[in-house]
Design a protein around this ligand. Sequence first.
Ligand code: BGC
Length: 743
Amino acid sequence: MKKTLSILALTILVITASGQKADRFVNDLLSKMTLDEKIGQLNQYTGDWGATGKITSDGEKEKQIREGKVGSMLNVIGVDKTRKLQELALQSRLHIPLIFGQDVIHGFRTTFPVPLGETASWDLALIEKSARIAATEAAAYGIHWTFAPMVDIARDPRWGRVMEGAGEDTYLGSKVAVARVKGFQGNGLGNTDAIMACAKHFAAYGAAVGGRDYNSVDMSLRQLNETYLPPFKAAVDAGAATLMNSFNDLNGVPATGNAYLLREKLKKEWNFKGFVVSDWGSIGEMVPHGFAKDEYDAALKAITAGSDMDMESRCYRNNLKQLVQDGKVPVALIDDAVRRILIKKYELGLFSDPYRFCNEEREKAETNNADNRSFAREIGVRSIVLLENKPVNGKPLLPLSKSNAKIALIGPFGKATTAHHGFWAVPFPDDSQRIETLHDAIAAQLDKNASLIYSKGCNIQDNDTSLFAEARKTALSADMVIMTLGEAPDMSGEAKSRSSLRLPGVQEELLKTIFATNKPVILLISAGRPLIFNWAADNVPAILYTWWLGTEAGNAIADVLFGNYNPSGKLPITFPRTEGQIPIYYNHYNTGRPAKDDNDKTYVSAYIDLPSSPKYAFGYGLSYTRFEIGNLQLSSDKMKINKGKIEARVDVKNSGDYDGEEVVQLYIHKLIGSVVRPVRELKGFQKIFLKKGESKAITFTLTPEELKFYNDKTEFVNEVGEYELFIGDSSLASLKSRFTLNE
Ligand code: BGC
């Protein structure tokens, strides 16, 4: 014990001492800097590819780098390119190195499942490892900083960016945020395989009205603090080096110029010591927002509110000096922003060796790293969600046998390559050769007595049905059909909001045509968001939701189809029945007129033309085996508000025919509050493995901390009273108990 304490004391001493050293170094450097050089540190440009907005021409940029007028670059990838620009930066008067940033969202050289898909694994250790590997690969290519994780809570699947985050739930989203920050930053900045994380987009971007990207957000501060901010707070507490602004206005004030968010919450209340980068051009966009008169005014509002670095709007570069000369911006404000950025450069080790991320050998080793590929397959299988597995001839269709079958693979993803990457994959010229197609992956697993035939059937997006007849013939000559449908990779992501969430083009028509052959159909859906596919859900016996799984998509899907891995994914976001039901999320309020059930329409809160429930609930996902969760016992039916705790114990039995993993979920409901409380709130989950026939008791511990919420004065409080507690395999869990929280 003593030894642990002294190690702890020593660690704190070392951290404090190195913090003081960094402060001394940076203060000394700051004292030598001209105002122009300071403003330069706040300026970030893009390399000329991968741009999501307007850009400055290359030659001009290089000149500015040499003059010390650029603090950071994004979209510059590779040791040769980053070295070249770093050399220019070191020619500047004070030789201050650049930081290279990049959207490393789901893998880098190896593409992993899209973040929403990874979250469906509910496996925090794997999610952390995915970020760890992405960081290692990116760092080897000269990158110091990723613009991830995206921690925006998203309850609206029309919003294309749901694919980038962890879905609709604050508790799950906060855990995933921490896992990703830890993964990216590894053993801490200063290690050459650690890159800075950037929790984005601060804040409430996911609540854009109508799910339309960049749209406004208007919400109570209570809702903001309770639902949307906690994943950011969790990321900050986990040590996230940076945050990024969001594009939206929040209650009338653009997030980029929002002092409540940046100064009051982030920098004061949460004591955030890192820096805030604007989103692409978001400082300048405060002009069209109607919040700033011109770019001069926009720069004033952004720096005053607490935005430290300007990504590509050039408002800081063009206006900050004048703002200082006009007495509108104190130099101290600029110093604070510059200091934050320089401290991170120091922590990254760039002042001692600006080229420490420029190592050709490391880059080569990460070019096609076999271990990373096999990890992509491992996290791929765990991201897949089994939505349907109805019996055909008395037996669930999945898993498939590898022998004695003639299988038809039909659909536009069967021989697709980069379509499995989805949006925000970092493109490399050899990507399409590195991806194992679904066709080849399935063929590789079949034994000699089985065969695979293929037909594309249609394209993802157009209305061409000319391949239907051939696809039908292919189906007719097989024993069963695997159909692979979904969204094109540019249909979910930034600026990819959709008003219709149906399978695009003629894919559903193709599905119906093939289904009409009476061959058993297994449907695979590749997408970045929840799609709406009611006909398929009601008719097709087996459906796997495969998101976009990345480099190892084919192998991962084949592993699940043939039962090498028994699917365990659970939905991190509710799947609606129609677009008109959106936003629909599990942790809604009860209202004064809740519907009793799906058919209740008598002056209750419901749609007259739809059941009230979603198509698939949050937390839902099937397995090839059967899990029974029972015998719920609480250690007490009372919890003391100060230091109390309750243990909830259940027995979980694998009573089916396969070994498998189950995600056991715990939800609470506070019956009465000074403000109304959600009908359910996730407060714990455990992913466990059970061999067939095996049982295990698992225990959750609840403390008053998990029961706190924001009252109408935006205070984070515990309120005494009665709670329901549910444990089960989804947000529909029916196993239930009660307890009270007492003084
Ligand atoms: C996106 C950010 C991204 C940035 C840099 C913006 O358009 O909103 O999420 O990090 O571009 O590529």
